[in-house]
Design a protein around this ligand. Structure first.
Ligand code: HEM
Ligand SMILES: *[C@@H]1O[C@H](CO)[C@@H](O)[C@H](O)[C@H]1NC(C)=O
Ligand SMILES: *[C@@H]1O[C@H](CO)[C@@H](O)[C@H](O)[C@H]1NC(C)=O
Ligand SMILES: *[C@@H]1O[C@H](CO)[C@@H](O)[C@H](O)[C@H]1NC(C)=O
Ligand SMILES: *[C@@H]1O[C@H](CO)[C@@H](O)[C@H](O)[C@H]1NC(C)=O
Ligand SMILES: *[C@@H]1O[C@H](CO)[C@@H](O)[C@H](O)[C@H]1NC(C)=O
Length: 324
């Protein structure tokens, strides 16, 4: 009897521990403390996107990339550099991390209603979701309750960002090291259906690829010619649509591009080099009942749980660019 009871207690404790550990976040986290939080974020995001639709992409990217980095799902990407510390956002002047001003605007609107309650990390997660759905992408419930970190370290960010030149092996292990699967990799890469890239992220594929004045043979040669007209070998400023013509719509178009060997980065083309990712790409590109939007929502929730601070860790930042 006593033994059975003991086992039961252990099981219950394990259960609770598990829930807290894996599900530190929950839906409706601000229901009591700031009921209008989600509505305010949605209204402000809609305002921003209606004026500047191209901001949706960087706002999505801002929520996601930090998770592939050190694991800072804690809003640290928003911090400004201080006297002796270079922040993440200053590590890559050309990373397309535009839109910090928008996050600040959303945050002040929320602060006006409920000061000191809603974290910048949660606001980032909600803005990314709302931005995607405003471009006709999927909508998903966002588990909340993230706390803001106090550190933003540019050298750590630099060491962990997967570069566009990564091959499939490198991409898979980079995602796996954050607890993300090969499916998450191919699904989340689909965010390249929106947004733009600097020429410098892919010119090595166009010019002198192997040192013999050639281009990357895994890139469609007509597309190479087209891209060369837009980007000289040394261009670091021009922006190119990643899903030309449809870069403001969140859809499956990316996968069609990849099958046509028109994925802009080596990391996009690489999705054809692995059985599982190739099958997924082809299915989304050809099959009418694409599952991409549904899959994307699921992978986003998963990614949004990586490296979060919860409970009484970290803080609720008053201004997203500064530790309190
Ligand atoms: C698989 C590894 C990935 C690599 C190597 C990669 C690489 C890149 C690069 C090089 C750019 C262009 C930056 C520039 O030159 O301006 C870019 C843009 C972008 N990436 Fe990724 N990315 C990856 C995964 C992701 C993920 C997981 C997401 C989000 C879910 C994402 C969302 C975006 C978005 C939205 C843009 C456009 C940003 C803008 O328009 O300003 N990427 N990515
Ligand atoms: C924070 O840094 C951004 C550039 O990254 C700058 O535009 C902004 O003015 C800074 N904010 C403050 C309050 O210094
Ligand atoms: C970043 O872009 C600026 C112009 O916006 C350019 O002068 C600079 O060379 C670029 N840096 C890198 C590392 O590409
Ligand atoms: C940033 O990270 C690097 C590498 O992990 C470390 O050497 C450095 O001390 C850190 N800087 C700060 C200010 O925490
Ligand atoms: C990927 O790149 C790594 C490091 O350069 C290399 O060791 C590996 O063989 C490459 N894998 C593939 C599939 O190209
Ligand atoms: C191409 O690369 C090779 C080997 O790195 C170099 O010798 C050559 O000068 C490059 N050509 C151009 C046009 O940059």
């Amino acid at each position: 009897m006593a033994f059975t009871k003991h086992i039961l207690v252990i099981l219950v404790l394990l259960g609770i521990f598990n829930i807290c550990n894996a599900q530190g976040l929950k839906l409706g986290f601000y229901k009591k403390t700031c009921p209008p939080a989600e509505a305010i974020v949605k209204r402000e995001t809609a305002r921003i996107i209606s004026v500047a639709p191209t901001l949706a992409a960087p706002l999505l990217r801002m929520h996601l990339l930090p998770r592939i980095l050190r694991g800072g799902c804690d809003g640290s990407v928003l911090l400004n550099s201080t006297g002796n510390n270079q922040a993440e956002k200053d590590a890559f002047p050309n990373l397309s991390l535009r839109g910090f001003g928008s996050i600040d605007r959303v945050k002040s609107a929320v602060e006006k209603k409920c000061p000191g309650v809603v974290s910048c990390a949660d606001i980032l997660a909600l803005v990314a979701r709302d931005a995607v759905s405003l471009l006709n992408g999927p909508f998903w419930p966002v588990p909340l309750g993230r706390r803001d970190g106090r550190v933003s370290n540019s050298s750590e960010a630099l060491a962990n960002l997967p570069p566009p030149s990564f091959n499939i092996t490198q991409l898979k292990s980079s995602f796996a090291s954050k607890g993300l699967s090969t499916k998450d990799l191919v699904v989340l890469s689909g965010s390249h259906t929106i947004g733009t890239s600097h020429c410098s992220s892919f010119t090595s594929r166009l010019y002198n690829f192997t040192g013999r004045g050639d281009s990357d043979p895994s890139l469609d040669s007509n597309y190479v010619a087209q891209l060369k007209r837009k980007c000289s070998a040394t261009d670091t400023t021009t922006l190119v649509e990643m899903d030309p013509g449809s870069f403001k719509t969140f859809d499956e178009g990316y996968y069609t591009l990849v099958t046509k060997r028109r994925g802009l980065f080596t990391s996009d083309s690489a999705l054809l080099d692995d059985g599982e990712t190739r099958a997924y790409v082809r299915r989304q590109a050809t099959f009418k009942g694409s599952t991409f939007l549904k899959d994307f929502a699921k992978s986003m929730v998963k990614m949004g749980k990586i490296g979060v601070l919860t409970g009484n860790q970290g803080e609720i930042r008053r201004r997203c660019a500064f530790v309190n």
